[in-house]
Write a protein that binds this ligand. Structure first.
Ligand code: ADP
Ligand code: ADP
Ligand code: ZN
Ligand code: ZN
Length: 751
């Protein structure tokens, strides 16, 4: 076997005949400004070719059932090993997917309880909320259930006679409402909020044999008393809603909430599974605990027979703790994890596996990590390497770069001005080199001394969501504020409370842009309409002809340019449409040109090139916004689905610039940014503040922290051990703060 992965003449995306040798069994970090071609080498060339070669090893029969991977544009690719990509894509998943199921630790706990729980509920499946033998029958193992919203249905301040029932079909004065205004079992003049538990129970569930007198057109008669909850459930929950009119459904929906299942209390399991305990803890208790606490509980098990299984669970939990996620609980739904948390959990899964000789590929694994936790991340990457794997990492963080055995710096710039290897060697060699990355590595962080004076304050008072401990804090307006703290300390939660209390805030996050898979910068920024009009005017054809969403679309890929194949057991795969070669349009459309360019040519332009092509002022303003957020290198037609989280955030920001008096909230805006691009970002944030806006960023990047007017530091640690404001003040004051990891790292970076 060769000792290198060698790439000869790679030309994917912007790569300009890249030739590289990457040492196997080593940690190689790829650096360079965003858009320089790091992903094009690592993901679009190495990972794609590795998968393609893996497919070739299958028999003809199997291969015909797999999608065809296209060979990346390169003269030769040799020495590849099977690649595993650990990216930032949200783990997502349905509500049955939790940290416990994703890491497989939940199944270890199930084995533990099935063998050693007292009383035992049965085999391991009897403890699974995804299996009928273990799931709570009240919520089918979801832990949540759609229920009547009693706070809305009943007004506690009113009596039954005086309209306490607010649900119109059962309200006082209606035929069904008589049950509750006429009952002699209850004091109908007493506010329902003052009912005793027994009175409340009667109102809701009645009692067998209890009667009530009602009257209708046929006179007055005595009938069975039906409890309010029983009646609501019978008429609206235990029936197929589709049989009801749209109006009724809308009405009922307004009186429903999805809330914790009352049968299992959110534990998802049936009574038998919940009754089984080890040292007094049920499996649900174990799942609810913070992982650091669960480790302590399992370590305390002294039954020698149970030790092997408990030990396996502890080992897996410690891997989660080791990457700084000890503040999570196993019952946390994976859909609520951030991209960085998800990526680190995926890594844990691989650390537990015994595969060696693989190529692991990571996309900016430091995202969401406080400088304190970057060290632990580094250990994790080195452990993967030491198991005999090749580890490739795309990263901007100087601490991760410093760990590399080998560095490949791409550049010199983005897009067409990049795509070349500008440095190969050791981290020390890179720092001494004259490349953009090298020069940035030598730089020290400078703390801003003159901070802006706030124009006012936005308060968050007594915040208690998640781990926040009654946090009361004022966010100054008219300045740049950085919210800092280790992962899990409560930054996102606090900022969510801020935007909840001040809903006019403009939140610019990294979440998927909730529009169609056909979206591109051109459609997202609203440039496409003008492009279509210009082409129609100049060529005499219909505007719809120049849209890949309608008449102009290539028939084979329906204007997508790619063919998407979903696979049952693997990640979905996309390949370029062979008919239009990814250009999305029909042949006839491509023959119509303006200034010698077809509409596909226009979509292939970068934002920077398009600025030289368009004279329309509206289009130019939007293109300049793209430039201002550092996305000059994006082409107008690049599918938004191919953008990284950081790029998604910046393109959103581009559509929301040019306001005044707004509150911008950004979650780690430096994601995906090279050290040299951070300056540009700071200049942009400064312009936003100077135009009369308030900017709040959740950020780990110390250059940003040092440049803020105010820092709000949460901690001291994650989860239960976080949730407090441990420092508030200027960056200069932070330098002198004790007991804050952020302060400690800022001191180090400024030395
Ligand atoms: P980096 O990873 O260094 O940020 P990339 O490899 O993602 O850079 O991008 C290099 C260049 O290729 C950029 O100009 C980018 O816009 C372009 N590019 C990347 N992916 C695609 C794609 N799927 N289609 C078209 N252009 C792309
Ligand atoms: P940070 O942004 O500082 O990393 P978060 O605000 O995301 O921290 O998390 C603070 C605490 O709240 C952590 O213990 C985390 O596990 C918990 N938490 C965050 N989001 C959720 C959620 N959707 N459901 C339950 N717990 C959550
Ligand atoms: Zn339940
Ligand atoms: Zn096509």
């Amino acid at each position: 076997m060769s000792e290198f992965i060698s790439i000869t003449g790679a030309r994917e995306n912007n790569l300009q005949d890249v030739t590289l040798r990457i040492p196997k069994g080593r940690l190689t970090v790829f650096t360079g400004v965003s858009g320089s071609g790091k992903s094009s080498v690592v993901f679009d060339t190495i990972a794609v070719e590795s998968r393609r070669q893996l497919n070739e090893t299958f028999t003809w029969f199997v291969r015909n059932r797999l999608p065809k991977y296209e060979r990346p544009h390169a003269d030769a690719l040799e020495g590849l090993t099977p690649a595993i990509v650990v990216d930032q894509r949200p783990v997502g998943g349905h509500s049955r997917s939790t940290v416990g199921t994703m890491t497989d630790i939940h199944s270890v706990l199930r084995v533990l309880f099935s063998r050693h729980g007292t009383p035992g509920a049965g085999g391991a499946t009897a403890y699974s909320f995804n299996d009928p033998s273990g799931m709570c029958p009240g919520c089918d193992g979801l832990g949540r259930r759609v229920q009547p919203d009693w706070d809305r249905i009943l007004d506690p301040a009113r009596s039954l006679a005086d309209g306490a029932v607010r649900f119109p079909p059962f309200a006082a004065g209606t035929w069904q409402g008589q049950t509750y205004t006429n009952t002699e079992e209850l004091d109908t003049g007493k506010p329902v909020g003052d009912f005793t538990a027994a009175e409340r129970a009667f109102l809701m569930r009645g009692r067998p044999g209890s009667k009530v007198t009602v009257s209708g057109s046929g006179g007055t008669w005595s009938t069975e008393y039906e409890g309010l909850a029983d009646r609501f459930e019978r008429l609206y929950l235990k029936r197929d809603l589709s049989g009801m009119s749209e109006r009724t459904r809308d009405l009922v929906r307004g009186f429903l909430v999805e809330a914790r299942c009352p049968d299992c209390g959110g534990a998802r399991l049936n009574a038998a599974a919940l009754a089984s305990r080890i040292d007094g803890h049920s499996i649900a208790d174990c799942s609810r605990m913070q992982i650091t606490d669960l480790i302590a509980v399992l370590r305390g098990i002294d039954d020698p027979v149970a030790l092997p299984v408990a030990g396996a669970a502890v080992a897996a939990l410690e891997r989660v703790e080791a990457i700084g996620l000890g503040y999570l609980s196993l019952d946390r739904e994976t859909a609520t994890l951030s991209g960085g948390e998800g990526q680190r959990l995926k890594t844990v899964r691989h650390l537990g596996s015994s595969l060696t000789g693989m190529t692991y590929i990571f996309d900016e694994p430091s995202v969401g990590l406080h400088p304190r936790d970057v060290g632990r991340l580094g250990d994790l990457l080195l452990r993967l390497r030491d198991k005999g794997n090749t580890v490739l990492v795309v990263e901007h963080d100087p601490d991760v770069i410093a760990l590399a055995d080998h560095v490949v710096d791409m550049g010199p710039r983005a897009g067409a001005d990049g795509g070349r290897v500008v440095f190969e060697g050791t981290p020390a060699g890179l720092a001494a080199s004259d490349t953009l990355t090298g020069r940035c590595l030598g730089r020290r962080t400078a703390v801003k001394d003159t901070v802006r004076a706030p124009t006012g304050e936005l308060w968050v008072k007594g915040a208690e969501r998640h781990n926040l401990r009654e946090v009361t804090v004022a966010f100054p307006t008219g300045v740049l504020t950085a919210v800092t703290g280790v992962a899990g300390s409560g930054k996102s939660t606090l900022v969510a409370e801020l935007t909840g209390a001040h809903p006019d805030a403009v939140v610019v996050d990294q979440s998927a842009i909730g529009i169609s898979a056909r979206s591109t910068p051109a459609t997202y920024l609203g440039i496409m309409d003008t492009v279509r009009k210009v082409f129609a005017r100049e060529t005499g054809a219909e505007p719809g002809f120049f849209s890949f969403n309608s008449a102009g679309a290539c028939g084979t890929c329906e204007g997508r340019g790619i063919i998407h194949t979903d696979l049952a057991f693997m990640d979905p795969v996309t390949t370029t449409c062979h008919d239009c070669e990814g250009r999305r349009f029909r042949e006839e459309v491509l023959r119509l040109t303006v200034d010698g360019r077809s509409v596909a040519d226009v979509l292939a332009m970068t934002a920077g090139q398009a600025l030289g092509f368009f004279s329309d002022p509206g289009v130019r303003r939007r293109l300049r916004a793209l430039r201002d957020v550092g996305l000059t290198y994006l082409t107008l037609g690049q599918p938004l689905s191919t953008l990284s989280g950081g790029e998604r955030q910046r393109i959103k920001l581009a559509t929301r610039l040019h306001r005044t008096g707004a509150v911008y909230v950004l979650d780690e805006p430096t994601t995906g940014l090279h050290m040299s691009d951070v300056e540009g970002l700071l200049a942009l944030l400064d312009r936003l503040v100077d135009a009369g806006n308030t900017v709040v960023v959740v950020e780990h990047n110390l250059d940003v922290v040092a440049h803020a007017d105010r820092v709000i530091d949460l901690g001291p640690d994650g989860g239960r051990d976080g949730g407090r404001v441990i420092f508030e003040g200027t960056p200069r004051e932070l330098l002198a703060a004790r007991g804050s990891s952020t302060a400690e790292h800022l001191r180090r970076a400024t030395r």
